[in-house]
Write a new protein. Structure first.
Length: 286
């Protein structure tokens, strides 16, 4: 039941070892009251012959032996040591009061009972201490895991929710995915390039949703145009001569809009930096 220092067992195996140690201690605890069985005939004879003093000593010895089993069954640290002391006291009381062997004889029998019980219960204290340590470690690990879950839940509750994607951009993303899938199936590089350029515009608007009102009309016209072209080509229509130029123009328009949005964002940041610098100088901090 003893383990080498530094050897850590998995929780399931450790729990099984602990339970095995407790069961071994309980089995040995059940043996202690059996050592008091020889006192029953002696108690009966004392009762029969009216030896009340001896009867009282034998009953007390049996009760002490029963108490030793109870102490060991509780599974507390040091239980085996206390149980051995109680068994020695029980033997001494039985010998001194019940059998009237005298002080020396009672002391010898008490010492023998104490030593025999210690041999019988050898290792029980270590097993109980190990079981208690495993139980405490399990409780600590459970408390630590619960604290970690509570901390994670608190962080999740305190964290601001991610902004939801505007419905217009969500719809545009889904429509562009269908257009790109159709363009890939048609093997039309210009149609695919135009749809990918629109995808970059949508990605830019996701980063700067404040630009959406100004770009909403552009999104509507471009997406409807790409969908109509895709539907016609998928239906087997012959591409008109002006289609390549139209798709190139749509791609270029998407690129220009994206560049304009980035340029406007850069200009806004530049203005904010200038205003902040001027304010810091006015306040004397720069």
């Amino acid at each position: 039941m003893r383990r080498r220092p530094g050897l850590h067992l998995p929780p399931g195996i450790a729990a099984a070892v602990s339970r095995a140690g407790r069961r071994a201690g309980h089995r040995r605890a059940s043996l202690l009251p059996l050592f008091a069985l020889p006192l029953l005939p002696a108690a009966f004879m004392a009762l029969l012959f009216g030896r009340g003093h001896a009867l009282g000593g034998l009953v007390a010895a049996g009760f002490i032996a029963w108490a030793a089993g109870r102490v060991l069954r509780r599974g507390r640290p040091g239980g085996a040591r206390r149980a051995a002391i109680l068994m020695g006291v029980a033997a001494g009381v039985a010998a001194l009061v019940g059998a009237q062997l005298g002080t020396i004889g009672a002391a010898v029998l008490a010492a023998l009972a104490w030593g025999g019980t210690r041999l019988l219960l050898d290792g029980v204290d270590a097993a109980e201490s190990e079981a208690n340590a495993e139980a405490e470690a399990t409780r600590v690990e459970a408390a630590r895991a619960e604290a970690t879950r509570a901390e994670a839940a608190a962080r999740a509750a305190a964290a601001p929710p991610e902004p939801a994607m505007p419905a217009v951009l969500r719809d545009a993303t889904a429509r562009l995915a269908r257009i790109e899938a159709a363009a890939a199936g048609l093997r039309d590089s210009r149609l695919l390039a135009a749809s990918q350029a629109m995808g970059e515009v949508v990605a830019e608007l996701l980063l700067r949703p404040e630009r959406l009102p100004a770009a909403r009309r552009f999104l509507t016209v471009q997406l409807e145009g790409l969908e109509r072209v895709t539907a016609g080509l998928s239906a087997g229509a012959t591409p008109p001569s002006g289609l390549p130029r139209l798709l190139d123009d749509m791609r270029d328009a998407a690129d220009r809009l994206r560049q304009d949005m980035r340029r406007a964002a850069d200009e806004e940041l530049d203005i904010q930096v200038r205003v902040l610098s001027a304010r810091l100088r006015e306040e004397g901090y720069a």
